[in-house]
Write a protein that binds this ligand. Structure first.
Ligand code: ZN
Length: 250
């Protein structure tokens, strides 16, 4: 299933009425890539070259999108989807608060699902749904984080949260003053923040003479950008209780 079909099914949105280009030839959806073999599957679409995501489009022999993508390209739907996860079978859920993210990382909905997260509130709605990679298994989740595709291996994330806490404990046990529940300089929701995911220098130094700590740090350095982002929610001093909150995409 392509992302827009997963979202339409999960959010109970009807595909758009077909409105094919005048001279239809078999092509593919310019956004999600779905093959368009008949005019009934197609909606003509001619964005101008000032369209922000122009470089990601896949123009075929005919300028058209599928009826699922066409249904989602309204301002309100793009805005509603900007911090959400939509499972074809379980429905649509908010990813707005840390409590929502905590639920999503720990008990994601039934795959296939599409997860999207726009870090700041945007002036204009951004197109993320057709650029997102659908998640097909709960242990390997994909999140479209604005223009970046994040991957989170859930068993690795689970281990990382425990190991980070252990590293913080070992550091304190060896005289390092540390209030955080992890050995990083910082873990933030903004992926490009300075020091995000960098191990503290004094803990690196301690690891030179502490084999157990060294092993933990070596493991923590293998985490993906997506896993570090998830840890910024799960390793907080007072993590929120997971919240599964359905949303209506209108
Ligand atoms: Zn499409």
């Amino acid at each position: 299933m392509f992302t827009s079909e997963i979202i339409c099914k999960g959010a109970q949105i009807q595909p758009a009425d077909p409105s094919p280009p005048k001279r239809f030839t078999p092509t593919w959806c310019m956004t999600c890539g779905r093959p368009l073999e008949t005019p009934e599957q197609s909606v003509a679409w001619n964005p101008s070259s000032s369209f922000t995501d122009w470089q990601y489009l896949q123009p075929g022999p005919c300028r058209a999108v599928c009826t699922y993508c066409a249904a989602l390209m309204t301002k309100s739907r793009l805005t509603n989807l900007s911090k959400s996860v939509v499972s074809a079978s379980d429905g649509a859920f908010a990813l707005v608060k840390d409590a929502h993210l905590a639920w999503f990382f720990q008990e994601p909905p039934e795959p296939p699902f599409v997860a999207m997260f726009a870090p700041q509130s945007q002036k204009r709605p951004i197109h993320m749904f057709w650029r997102a990679t659908p998640t097909l298994h709960r242990n390997l989740i994909h999140v479209q984080f604005s223009g970046t595709s994040l991957t989170i291996r859930r068993p690795v994330l689970e281990k990382a949260v425990v190991q980070a806490e252990k590293a913080a404990f070992l550091a304190r046990d060896n005289g390092i003053r540390l209030t955080a529940h992890h050995p990083f300089e910082s873990l933030t929701r903004k992926l490009n923040a300075i020091n995000h995911g960098t191990i503290r220098a004094n803990i690196e130094l301690l690891a030179c003479k502490n084999h157990e700590l060294q092993e933990i740090l070596t493991f923590l350095k293998t985490l993906t950008t997506g896993e570090l982002w998830a840890m910024s929610v799960l390793c907080k001093a007072n993590p929120e209780a997971p919240l599964r909150e359905p949303v209506i995409i209108h």
